[in-house]
Design a protein around this ligand. Structure first.
Ligand code: BGC
Ligand code: ZN
Length: 351
């Protein structure tokens, strides 16, 4: 079968290979993959700075954002042939730490979890893939067309759910949020915040006539081109979501955090980068009871919330979700999908 594989830690190693077709074991499902989306993590794996192949293998089939159809099941599988599904990414650590035991693999406390397409398990950028059926999320027909966005949406759901959970440390009624970055994750986080009734400003480096800016406006948000406009707003932002992966961008947002506010960090930042104003930010953090936290991955509940929100978003903002998919490629077009350019939002591969 056709598959897109990388060879970590080799640089720019992604290529189309002919891989053996997997078979479902006990509790597993065999998926005929329809569509796979690529993100910064796939890009980093291709660049050789992230990711690991399954033990004893050299190649890692990449791709962790997928939608597929169940075509065969092993004994005791929890799905049926014909189901359209999206797989979650992370699988529990062998030690079954307390979090993994509760299905909260996104908060695994050993770090020995595996991730499809990223860490120790093959991914879904292939004609066929196998995974444990208990981690498959059924996709209702009305959101099938945008289901490839469910995995990145689940990351946004997880981040925002955790933000609200953490803020139960005090009385807190957020009214304004700032999202740094208008890539898929930034835009999806902005959408989830809009559904919670929060005023959203999204800041990025694209022009006001770009697609990204237009999507921000479509959801009733304010777009800030940071090259031309200030981030500042009266009273500051109650929530800041950092989704640029730029240390400088992250630091530039901190002075605009409101008293009692919270910053959720979602990027991966260049190693060893030094930034000047940290002292000021830390003092403000203390004197204004602010909080900064990082969040990675997502669990089944976040995917389920994502399905619910996809429906709500489709109803409220017609056609908006599909506008995030800016290009579709064949498996042979994997290179363009991995390097789609700065105006692109989400590139996907149809298998
Ligand atoms: C994925 C997460 C994963 C993270 C770190 C992200 O791109 O969406 O599921 O946990 O990379 O490997
Ligand atoms: Zn664990």
């Amino acid at each position: 079968m056709k598959a897109i594989a990388a060879h970590p830690p080799e640089k720019r190693s992604a290529r189309l290979i002919d891989a053996p077709a997997p078979r479902p074991g006990q509790g597993e499902a065999l998926l005929k993959i329809r569509t796979v989306g690529f993100d910064g993590t796939d890009h980093d794996i291709d660049q050789g700075v992230y990711g690991s192949a399954p033990p004893g293998e050299e190649d890692l089939i990449i791709g962790h954002e997928a939608v597929g159809e169940v075509i065969e099941i092993g004994d005791d599988a929890q799905v049926s042939v014909g189901d359209v599904v999206v797989p979650t990414v992370r699988r529990p650590c062998p030690q079954r730490c307390p979090n993994c035991r509760k299905g909260l693999m996104d908060r695994c406390s050993t770090g020995d979890f595996r991730e499809h397409g990223i860490k120790g398990l093959h991914g879904f950028a292939a004609e066929l893939a196998v995974t444990d059926s208990q981690y498959l999320v059924k996709v209702p027909p009305d959101v099938e067309d945008v289901a490839v966005l469910l995995e990145p949406l689940s990351i946004a759901e997880s981040a925002i759910t955790e933000t609200y959970l953490i803020q139960r440390r005090m009385e807190w009624e957020p009214s304004r949020a700032l999202v740094m970055g208008a890539g898929p994750l930034g835009l999806l986080a902005a959408m989830v915040l809009r559904l919670r009734g929060v005023e959203v400003s999204a800041a990025a480096t694209r022009q006001h006539d770009s697609l990204k800016a237009d999507i921000v406006r479509q959801m009733g948000g304010r777009y800030i081109n940071v090259k031309e406009e200030p981030l500042a707003v009266d009273g500051g932002y109650d929530i800041i979501v950092e989704a640029t992966g730029s240390t400088r961008a992250a630091m530039s947002a901190l002075p605009h955090l409101a008293r009692n506010g919270v910053v959720c960090i979602l990027g991966i930042y260049p190693k060893g980068e030094v930034c000047g104003e940290l002292g000021d930010a830390l003092t403000k953090l203390v004197l204004e009871n602010q909080l900064m936290f990082g969040a990675v991955n997502s669990n089944l509940a976040d995917f389920q919330k994502g399905i619910e929100d996809m429906r709500a978003l489709k109803q409220r903002y017609d056609g908006m979700l599909s506008r995030l998919i800016t290009s579709r490629h064949s498996p042979e077009g994997y290179r363009e999908a991995l390097e789609p350019g700065r105006e692109a939002i989400k590139a996907v591969i149809d298998f």
